[in-house]
Structure formats: C-alpha cells, structure tokens
Design a binder for this molecule. Structure first.
Ligand code: PMP
Length: 406
C-alpha cells in the first residue's frame, strides 16, 4: 500500500486548523506526533464503556479492561517482533524505561571499576541516568564520538569494548542529527564480547520497521507519544534472562506475589516491573496507534518519509547561508540547521509566525551541541502526514528569516 496523503490528513483533526491565519504546518514530530481520530476515539470509547482498574477484579468491567490491556501487550510484542509478551513492560515513556534499566541493571551488574559505553549523540534521557549511575557506583562512562557527517565512530566504540564493559547504551536514531546508527552490527560485535546492548528507540520505532529478534538487542525503549499514541505511555522491551535477573524498579501494588510483615516475594514478568495503576486509557490509545501504523505499513511510511527528507535536504541546502547538521546517508526524516549566525530561537520564532512549527535549542542533547560548538539548531522533523508543499513553506520561512536579519 502506498501513502494516500489526503486520506491520512483527514484522520488528524489537529492538522485541519489555521494558526496566524495560515494552515498549520507541524514539523515538531520528533518532540511529539499528532494523534489520529482512531486513537482519540479509542480513549473516548474506553472511558464511555470500559473504564475500570485492571488485574484486580472479577467483575465484568475489570475483566474486560484487563483483557484489552493484555491484548495490547500482544500487539506491541508482534509490532516489534519480540519473542515473548512478558518481555514487554509498559512504562510512562522512553525516559522511564531508560531510568528503569539504568537503576535496576546498575544495582545488579555495575560495580566499582566497571565501564558503560554510550555516545556523544544521546538524548539526556539516555545519558544522565547512566552518568549518574556510574558516578554513584564508581564506574566509568565512556563516550564514543561522531564524524563530520554525524555518523558514529564505530572503530572508536569497538576499541572501547573490553572485559570491564558491562553495557552499551546508545540511541537507535539521533533526535538531533537524524543518524540511524548501525545497531545490528553494534549488537553483533558487543555480543562477541558478551556485552549486552540497550537501544533508545524513541526516534526509531515511529520511522522504521523494528524487529527485536533480528536486532538481537537486550533492551529497547520507546515512547507512545512519538508514535501517534497518547502521552504517558511507553514500552521497555527486555530479554527475559535480564528482566528475570533485575531487581524491581518501583515497589507497591501489582508487582508483588506475597507480602508478609517481614518480607515480600515479587510477581512474575512482566508485572514485577509494573507497580501501581497504569495508564490504561493511554494503552488503549497505543493499541489503536499500532493498528493505524500497521495498516499504513512501516516500510511504506519509511519510504515516504525518506522522500520528504530528500526533498527538504535539497531545498534547504540550496539556500545560501544554511548549514545542515547531520548529513549521514543513513538518516531518519529530520533536518537540523542554522541560518548564518542567526540564533536558532530567533529563527524559530519567525518561522512560527509563518505558520510552521519547528523546534529550536539543544533538543535535550547538550553534550552533542557542545561538541558541535553551536548554540543549538532549528529542527524540522517530518511524519507521514506531512507534504512536499509544507516543506516549500518551511523554505519560504527560512528565506523570510534571512531577509529580516539582512
Ligand atoms: N530519547 C530520544 C532519542 C528522544 O528523542 C526522546 C524525546 N525527545 C527521549 C529519549 C525521551 O522521550 P520521552 O520524553 O518521551 O520519555
């Protein structure tokens, strides 16, 4: 199936509006995507017909809500081709998934003198938890660099792997540069050294088909809201052998098997990591979002978004004074740029007044921005509901910024 852009856009009510008397152009998809009517309806239907706490009741509504919740776990499992449904843990987002692993894996496996490898292109969510955990446990965080195109220095990373390395934590796709890291290759090399690999999939899962069994990574983390699902939903995929070995992350209801006054035994997977009442309505929305994506086809989405990327790269690099950051040939659909020496905030505000929503600043990746020695970038990130005409409007807005500052 190929992308029927007009039909798709009808599914997204928010895109129908005008801002500043211009049609809204939404290019902030790497921060959060918009939600199709199907997702919004799934949330409404849940509250109108099925709302109830899950896992704890024998009555009709509780059983129905629990079944729908567990069906979604199956849906996620299939979507990312995990081996087992109990390897899918629901969280409130990529950040929580990453903190869960850093906290629990750190406690269990990381000791003084050990090392963790990450990269300079990480989002703070996959950097600060490891940095702090290493500091607390007397371990060393090693940081692999990038080249001028924004590709990871794989030789450097390979050279860092040794008998002290306990984990490699890196992003699948950079939220600033768009670089798609060669994660399958990295996992294969790391496994030769018996080193597990965690992938931050926050920018991967909405753009590319991802397959846990093919990638063979040990952990994969992502957020629902960046894949057309509600905010406050997310997933941690972990291989059973690690999830079994890790201590629970939060304590409370649902994650226990038996509680006595002097001890507690913990529930089996996945419930051991799902303490308390979860975001059930969000998970209903996540199910609808996955069905929507499956209907369109991830390969078709990736192909269309690649065309948008090529068009945008061409348009922007044709404007004198525009510098693009992140020019890897393996790239997801976003462009990060600066216009001459104009501060990205100033540029972003003018672009916004032209009806085009872009993000400006350090994009929660300050180590990378420092490394690049820039104040930040303007980032336009595309989704399958965006069009070539919208990219023309971005290019017009960039020209306007140039004019205003000339
Ligand atoms: N990792 C990457 C690469 C991201 O782009 C983001 C969100 N910008 C996150 C992690 C954190 O995601 P969330 O805020 O949804 O937890």
């Amino acid at each position: 199936m190929s992308i029927d852009i007009n039909k798709i856009r009808e599914d997204f009510p928010i895109l129908q509006q005008q801002i500043y008397k211009r049609p809204l152009v939404y290019f902030d998809n790497a921060a959060s995507t918009q939600k199709p009517r199907q997702v919004i309806d799934a949330i409404c239907t849940y509250y109108e017909r099925d709302n109830c706490n899950i896992h704890r009741g024998v009555h009709y509504l509780s059983v129905k809500a629990t079944e729908a919740y567990e069906e979604t776990r199956k849906e996620v499992c299939e979507f990312i081709n995990a081996r087992n449904t109990h390897e899918i843990i629901f969280t409130k987002g990529a950040t929580e998934s990453l903190n869960l692993v850093a906290g629990s894996f750190g406690k269990r496996y990381i000791h003084e003198g050990d090392e963790v490898i990450t990269t300079i292109m990480e989002h703070h969510s996959n950097f600060v938890p490891w940095q702090q955990m290493c500091m607390e446990r007397g371990a060393k965080l090693r940081i692999a660099g990038i080249d001028e195109k924004g590709d990871l220095d794989l030789d450097e990373m390979r050279g860092m792997m040794n008998e002290k390395t306990r984990l490699i934590a890196l992003t699948h796709v950079s939220n600033v540069l768009g670089t798609i890291n060669p994660v399958k290759e990295i996992v294969a090399i790391a496994h030769q050294h018996d080193i597990p690999v965690l992938l931050d999939g926050a920018q991967g899962v909405s753009h590319l088909p991802v397959d846990m069994q093919e990638l063979d990574c040990d952990f994969y983390c992502f957020s629902g809201h960046k894949m057309y699902a509600p905010m406050g939903t997310g997933v941690l995929y972990g291989k059973e052998k690690f999830l079994e070995a890790l201590p629970p992350y939060q304590l409370g209801g649902e994650m226990i098997k038996d509680v006595y006054i002097d001890r507690t035994t913990f529930n089996e997977l996945p419930f051991k990591f799902e303490a308390g009442t979860p975001n059930v309505e969000g998970v209903m929305g996540l199910r609808a979002a996955i069905q929507y994506l499956k209907n369109l086809g991830m390969a078709e989405i990736a192909a269309y978004e690649n065309e948008l990327l090529a068009y945008a790269t061409d348009k922007l690099s044709g404007i004198e004074g525009v510098t693009l950051f992140g020019t890897s040939v393996h790239k997801a659909s976003l462009v990060s740029f600066l216009i001459g020496d104009i501060h990205p905030y100033d540029a972003g505000m003018i672009i916004d007044k032209m009806g085009v929503a872009v993000r400006t600043g350090h994009h929660c990746a300050m180590p990378l921005i420092d490394f690049l020695k820039i104040p930040g970038t303007v980032r336009a990130s595309f989704a399958f509901y965006n069009t070539f005409e919208e990219i023309d409007k971005l290019a017009e807005a960039v020209m306007r910024v140039k004019q205003m500052f000339s």
